[in-house]
Design a protein around this ligand. Structure first.
Ligand code: C5P
Length: 208
């Protein structure tokens, strides 16, 4: 079974994806990390973020097994990732790796922005996890502060809105719920209730 989970930054989709993968006993790929890894490779090599040829090369060189969440989860890398993610050549290069991961025997859970629409349009279960920009900015700020970092809520909210704008309005694979996705709004639900709803949806599909 392939489970596709999409949604905007800090919506809770990552936590949902990890928990569902553990519940089903299948591997999980956070596709945001693949875009983050491309941005990180360019930044550490001192290369610009707007050169599509260099970005494509970084995407083709990516090793899915070597994604380091601790390094890649930095807030600024998310911003940089959304810049390289607008480039069609980067998306095509990463798509190969993402699809290969999705199609491994036994199934997988993938989360991102375009899993249900582009990467796995035939996924058995599609979830679109969302929350208001204010709730997402509050969660992201608290997360950064709890790790000992510094974060200003208003600045994080501005960044969340900027990233939504970039992800929603890009020409290729924009952030969009698939027509057959189940919507889970986590501004009104805590993560436990959202997870229980998701399990209910998965179990219903399994029983068919
Ligand atoms: O989910 P995360 O915040 O780690 O994603 C970082 C950026 O990568 C997003 O803002 C988005 O621009 C891009 N992304 C994407 N398609 C995906 C996953 C992430 O364009 N499937």
């Amino acid at each position: 079974m392939i489970v596709a989970i999409d949604g905007p930054a800090a919506s809770g989709k990552g936590t949902m994806a990890r928990r569902l993968a553990a519940y089903l006993g299948v591997p999980h790929l956070d596709t945001g990390l693949t875009f983050r890894a491309v941005a990180h490779a360019l930044l550490t090599a001192g290369q610009p973020l707007d050169d599509e040829v260099l970005a494509e090369r970084a995407a083709l060189d990516l090793d899915l097994g070597a994604l380091d969440r601790d390094i890649l989860s930095a807030h600024e890398i998310g911003e940089a990732a959304s810049k390289v993610a607008v480039m069609p050549k980067v998306r095509t290069a990463l798509l190969q790796a993402q699809r290969a991961f999705a199609n491994q025997p036994g199934g997988a859970v993938l989360d991102g922005r375009d899993i249900g629409t582009v990467v796995c349009p035939d996924a058995a279960v599609k979830l679109y996890v969302t929350a208001s920009p204010e709730v997402r900015a509050r969660r992201r700020t608290d997360e950064i502060l709890s790790k000992g970092g510094s974060a200003d809520y208003e600045q994080v909210l501005a960044d969340v809105r900027k990233r939504d704008e970039r992800d929603t309005n890009r020409a290729v694979a924009p952030l969009l719920p698939a027509e057959d996705a189940h919507l889970l709004d986590t501004s009104k639900l805590d993560i436990e209730s959202a997870f229980r709803q998701a399990v209910g949806i998965v179990e219903e599909v399994k029983a068919q």
